[in-house]
Design a protein around this ligand. Structure first.
Ligand code: FPP
Length: 252
């Protein structure tokens, strides 16, 4: 990892957890009369950069939406190419991530992934499990509704086995069963590529996130755009249901 020292925004109001919907690879390629896979390949470079920038600014958790449950509907060739790209990125990047103290975790429906990719994922998670730096969480074959249903299933089986009672279920016990269980909720969601929607990403966890959308296509997303998102976040007042006046009073 390399790059210049941060200049702005101030380090005091950095989001603990940033989530990113990386959109626009296909359009980036089309604008250049290139095949879609060229856009995805170029997107890997932006992944590297956002990881470096997150670590540099002191973001603790970074969660990237790499492949949704719905993306299986894409042409077989593109799906195969994306899976190969994930495998290749793991082969190439894991040693460097480990050296930089990054802890990797994958979320999503692993049973849908090919065994070679699953093996690489498990090895990468095991290798980096004790790292104490940036927590990098990659969503592959992930859907927010699937995540909630799985968590409900898990809670239900604990009730059936008598491990917990229905009365003891609250938001915290439920959230612990979600794929991101144990991680704080994202503070900031970044979406590139011009669309302004959540697209079935982290539906539960994004409840209070600040949302930052940009028309910039994912392969063009670099340090300047990351800083713009952090600057936007640093200006937000997060009220969690309180009034602005209440929050001002707490400051005094
Ligand atoms: C959305 O752009 C992007 C994806 C479905 C794939 C994201 C994958 C990468 C950035 C590659 C590598 C990732 C990792 C974690 C190594 P799109 O194809 O929907 O673009 P479009 O809306 O312009 O068609």
């Amino acid at each position: 990892m390399s790059g210049s020292e941060p200049t702005s925004p101030a380090r005091s109001n950095i989001p603990r957890h940033v989530a990113v919907i990386m959109d626009g690879n296909g359009r980036w390629a089309r604008k250049r009369s290139l095949p879609r896979h060229a856009g995805h390949r170029s997107g890997v470079k932006s992944v590297r950069e956002v990881v470096e920038n997150s670590a540099r600014y002191g973001v603790e958790y970074l969660t990237l939406f790499a492949f949704s449950s719905e993306n299986w509907r894409r042409p077989e060739e593109e799906v195969g190419m994306l899976m190969s790209l994930f495998l290749e990125a793991l082969r190439r990047e894991v040693a460097d991530l480990h050296k930089n103290n990054v802890r990797l975790r994958f979320i999503g429906e692993r049973e849908c992934l090919d065994s070679k990719l699953n093996e690489k994922i498990s090895n990468a998670e095991a290798l980096t499990a004790d790292n104490t730096g940036l927590r990098l969480q990659v969503a592959v074959a992930y859907g927010g509704r699937w995540d909630i249903v799985e968590a409900a299933r898990s809670v239900a089986s604990k009730v059936v086995s008598g491990e917990i009672s229905p009365e003891s279920i609250d938001e915290a016990t439920f959230a612990a069963e979600l794929q991101l269980g144990g991680a704080p909720d994202p503070d900031l969601l970044i979406r590139t590529g011009g669309e302004q929607r959540i697209s079935n990403f982290l539906l539960w966890n994004l409840a209070y996130a600040e949302l930052w959308f940009t028309d910039v296509l994912w392969p063009d997303f670099g340090q300047a755009e990351f800083e713009a998102a952090l600057a936007y976040y640093s200006e937000r007042q997060r009220r969690y249901g309180h009034t602005g006046e209440q929050l001002e009073a707490v400051k005094c």
